[in-house]
Design a binder for this molecule. Structure first.
Ligand SMILES: [Zn+2]
Length: 112
């Protein structure tokens, strides 16, 4: 390993940081969810108390960023077919699948 001659060259840049796309509601309502669920998720995504809410539910969880948080809370789902991020309760904005159609295992887990 050659010595680094720059302090700004942090090894962190080598870590694969997953880039999340911005979430969207452009896919339209998912019939698998009620209007109230849909509106709640959408509203909670911009809730200034989101972090507090997250800490309350996942107190063991370490530092998280916003994108990881909203996925842990199940407010956003990622379509595995096109990697678009959609608000839970809305269909995929790219392919139009419902969440149940795109990620069946998620729906099973959620109905426990
Ligand atoms: Zn999709």
């Amino acid at each position: 390993m050659p010595p680094s001659n720059s302090d700004s060259e942090a090894p962190l840049t080598e870590v694969a940081v997953r880039q999340w796309g911005p979430w969207t509601v452009a896919g339209g309502p998912d019939p698998g969810f009620s209007d109230s669920e849909r509106h709640t998720h959408h509203w909670l995504l911009t809730d200034p108390q989101l972090l507090t809410c997250f800490r309350g539910r996942f107190s063991d969880h370490g530092d998280v960023d916003y994108d990881e948080m909203v996925r842990c809370l199940d407010y956003v789902w990622d379509c595995p077919h096109d990697a678009s991020a959609n608000v839970t309760g809305y269909c995929c904005a790219v392919c139009g699948r419902t969440r149940a159609a795109a990620v069946p295992h998620l729906s099973v887990a959620a109905s426990r």
